[in-house]
Ligand binder design. Structure first.
Ligand code: HEM
Length: 519
């Protein structure tokens, strides 16, 4: 890349800020020496007429691992190449921030771990990761089992009445119950109850989704935001959730003051093994606002993602009876009729492959969002600072360049005696939990949670799609296309996905009523 960039790198190492470098080197950057990122033309038209990931996937096949989509003054770089994804997420991660994502999530997550950047992120990450230690995750296995047991009881009742059950919202409640208890020792008990706090949590979640699809930021208009009934409801819900969190923080502080436990690496209070308790006991020196932001972030991050994974897994299983019976055989032989232990979970290898494969076909979220905060090279292409980048995990996970029969649900693609597939051993063509320093902190937790839930459910029930349920692909198209056009639609769709796991797609499955039948 020549002399100018060597000088630039030298100056950068000496501590010259990127803004200054950008200013002086703009002439070199704009010179024609470097190839330009291929531009996907006519893309807007394609996107208007189809479900968004089909044209994006097809654009990837046409334009390759990196291309640019331009809409008037705005543009996005879409990355579907494993080595460029690795460069952004891992090798040069310091050159990227969360960009648009942080802006939209601010109202609910504040400076929590997902949107946070820079020093705030570094400090919080270092504090929070130790809280999810092995002993904590092992203890959670029991919680996963008990919560799933409540769901089984509910399904038993429905099955004996011969009722159709809408599974998606039940999965959402299951994972809400689990994450509330795990993160701050709170029993939502949403599988049996409908309390104000549960409704408030869902109001806040839906608002996050709405904001990402709104063409105008209504919530920022001065008078509107105070008189609009919807905004009032959202603000009240947010207040209730925040008050509840503050109360839980206060209760926890009192407990820690009164307890007589020595803090150590695998510290855990048996009565309250929650992440919050660990943080408070570790002497985490942080404002209540920051602590609340982090708890809220984990509540959202660990909730709709896992629920979406379960929903899609059962959708896939309902279409593949052979895989379902193989799965049931494994569960019968490993588990028998008791709550799973950590040893059981490790033996449930085929169940784990089913989850691995479901996460490949329906990654949550399907796109990772970044913004460059200094200039960089993506492959052979130079980019400036301030570029919005979407890493399409969807494309990576379905690319015919990396996968045989990419669209086929085939848990056998990873041998049972081989390693668990992850971004490292699959060279960034498979990254269900991201990669690099911002990789998911809940990956182990979520893997065990979904394995326990799937195992216990298939042990008890068969699942099939109810008669008359609309086809998934039709529903995806109609629900996406009723929103906005062109650019807005693209952004909207990506953000819904990113925010809530699957957002709109989850909704598709919501209509997929599954029939339960006791076995
Ligand atoms: C980050 C996926 C469950 C907490 C991430 C990222 C992905 C992901 C892909 C990276 C985002 C990015 O790079 O932009 C998933 C999936 C889950 C799941 C598929 C369920 C199957 C959980 C759970 C928790 C959690 C249960 C909490 C206990 C977080 C946090 C981050 C994160 C705090 C941000 C980490 C950081 O930026 O340093 N997750 N996640 N996730 N996840 Fe998860």
């Amino acid at each position: 890349s020549g002399f100018p960039s060597q000088v630039r790198n030298g100056l950068s190492k000496l501590g010259v800020p990127p803004e200054v470098l950008d200013f002086f080197f703009q002439w070199f950057d704009s010179s024609e020496d470097h190839p330009k990122i291929p531009e996907a033309k006519g893309a807007v038209k394609a996107i208007q007429n189809e479900a968004f990931f089909i044209p994006l996937y097809e654009l990837h096949l046409t334009y390759g691992g990196i291309f640019r989509l331009t809409f008037g003054p705005k543009s996005f770089v879409i990355v579907s190449d494993p080595s460029i994804a690795k460069h952004i997420l891992k090798d040069n991660s310091k050159a990227y921030s969360k960009g648009i994502l942080a802006e939209i999530l601010e109202f609910v997550m504040g400076k929590g771990l997902i949107p946070a950047d820079g020093e705030v992120w570094r400090v919080r990450r270092r504090t929070i990761v130790p809280a999810l230690h092995q002993k904590f995750v092992a203890t959670m296995i029991n919680l996963f089992g008990q919560a799933t047991q409540r769901l089984c009881d509910k399904l038993d009742a429905a099955a004996s009445e011969g009722e159709d059950v809408e599974m998606e919202s039940l999965f959402s409640r299951l994972t809400l119950d689990i994450i509330g208890k795990a993160v701050f020792n709170y029993d939502f008990d949403s599988l049996t109850n409908d309390t104000g706090i549960i409704e408030a949590v869902y109001t806040v979640l839906r608002e996050a989704e709405d904001r990402s699809v709104s063409p105008i930021p209504f919530w920022e208009i001065p008078i509107w935001k105070d008189i609009s009934p919807k905004q009032k409801k959202v603000n009240e819900a947010l207040k209730l959730v925040n008050d509840t969190l503050n109360e839980l923080i206060a209760i926890c502080k009192r407990m820690v003051d009164e307890e007589d436990l020595q803090f150590h690496e695998e510290y855990m209070n048996e009565e309250d093994p929650s992440i919050l308790h660990f943080l408070v006991a570790s002497g985490d020196d942080v404002s209540s606002k920051q602590l609340r932001d982090d708890l809220m972030t984990m509540l959202i991050a660990g909730h709709e993602t896992s629920a979406a994974v379960l929903t899609w897994t059962f959708y896939l299983l309902s279409k593949e009876p052979t895989i379902m019976s193989k799965l049931q055989n494994e569960v019968d032989s490993v588990l028998g009729d008791r709550l799973p232990t950590i040893e059981d979970v490790k033996k449930l290898k085929y169940t784990t492959r089913v989850i691995n494969e479901s996460l490949r076909l329906y990654p949550q979220p399907p796109v990772l969002i970044r913004r460059s905060i200094e200039s960089d090279f993506l492959g052979k292409y130079p980019i400036k600072r301030g570029e919005d980048i979407f890493i399409s995990v969807w494309n990576l996970h379905r690319s015919p360049h990396h996968w045989i029969d990419a669209d086929k649900f085939n848990p056998e693609r990873w041998p049972l005696d081989g390693p668990n597939p992850n971004e490292t051993n699959q060279n960034f063509s498979y990254l269900p939990f991201g990669g690099g320093p911002r990789k998911c902190v809940g990956d182990m937790f979520a893997s065990f949670e979904t394995v326990v839930a799937v195992a216990m459910l298939v042990r008890r029930f068969n699942f099939q799609i109810a008669l008359g349920a609309p086809a998934v692909s039709d529903f995806i198209m109609s629900s996406l296309c009723k929103f906005l056009d062109g650019f807005e639609k693209l952004v909207a769709v990506y953000l819904i996905f990113t925010k809530q796991g699957v957002g709109t797609v989850i909704e598709t499955a919501r209509e997929q009523i599954l029939t339960t039948e006791s076995v």
